[in-house]
Design a protein around this ligand. Structure first.
Ligand code: PEP
Length: 251
């Protein structure tokens, strides 16, 4: 049986100023330090301007830091964008690509998400690739087709289990307090696992599959107990150290 170490990732989105980000990151680093050995990995994805502060605050703790997006190109005339090498240079180890808010707000397609994921890998970053259906797609019974299509279209050509993490995030569950049933999550994660093995062979069994969408301390344990759920991508609840830590401890 493949053992996958759970990953609990916090997506701070566009929240926090320097002092708050530093306080939150330090609080988590202290909790991790005090806990001694733990059976999960922690990842914090602050907004770009807070990355250096957070990298400094978690230094030596084992907590990883990631960006929330990157450009598909390494450099060039792309005003306002940030490249994967820039994130790596700041001390990031991960970057989220294809979050539904980027797909919706910035019209990101699977092809663009794939190009961003490839840029991440080329810069030595691990790409956290997000997939997920809208409520209308779910109601039309299209969930599995949608997420499988997004995965196939977004997975980098040279993906392997050490370079990519997949996050299943139903769009209708993000920030709404609504969560799919555990049966539905198990079904989608099982289908994604099959797709990953189809694409990567046996190594697909080693790819971490996160669930994201209104994960809170009171629902994390039952989600994390599912066979193909290897952690969580957490938005709102990652902004409170107590809640994020409680979610991590449910693994
Ligand atoms: C997210 O934005 O990735 C997310 C899962 O948000 P929330 O936990 O707030 O639903």
């Amino acid at each position: 049986m493949t053992v996958r170490r759970p990953l609990i990732a916090g997506n701070w989105k566009m929240n926090g100023l320097k002092a708050e980000g530093q306080g939150l990151a330090r609080d988590l680093a202290q909790r991790l330090n005090k806990a001694g050995g733990v059976d999960f990995d922690l990842l914090l994805c602050p907004p770009f301007p807070l990355i250096s502060t957070v990298v400094g605050a978690v230094a030596g703790s084992g907590i990883a830091v990631g960006g929330q997006d990157c450009h598909a190109k390494a450099k060039g005339a792309h005003t306002g964008d940030v490249s994967a090498p820039m994130l790596a240079d700041l001390g990031c180890q991960f970057v989220i690509v294809g979050h539904s808010e980027r797909r919706a707000d910035h019209g990101e397609t699977d092809a663009l998400v794939k190009a961003k994921a490839e840029a991440a890998l080329a810069a030595g970053l691990i790409a956290v690739i997000c997939v997920g259906e809208t409520e209308a797609q779910r109601d039309a019974g299209e969930t599995l087709a949608v997420v499988s299509g997004q995965l196939a279209g977004s997975l980098p050509t040279h993906a392997d289990s050490g370079k990519v993490v997949i996050a299943y995030e139903p769009v209708w569950a993000i920030g709404t307090g609504r969560v799919p049933t555990t049966e539905d999550v198990a079904k989608v994660h099982g289908a994604l696992r099959k797709d990953l093995v189809g694409a990567l062979g046996a190594d697909g069994n080693g790819v971490r599959l996160l669930y994201g969408g209104s994960v809170k301390p009171d629902n994390a344990a039952e989600l994390m107990a599912l066979e193909n759920v290897d952690g969580a991508l957490v938005g709102g609840a990652s902004l409170k150290a107590e809640d994020f830590w409680a979610i991590a401890q449910s693994c």
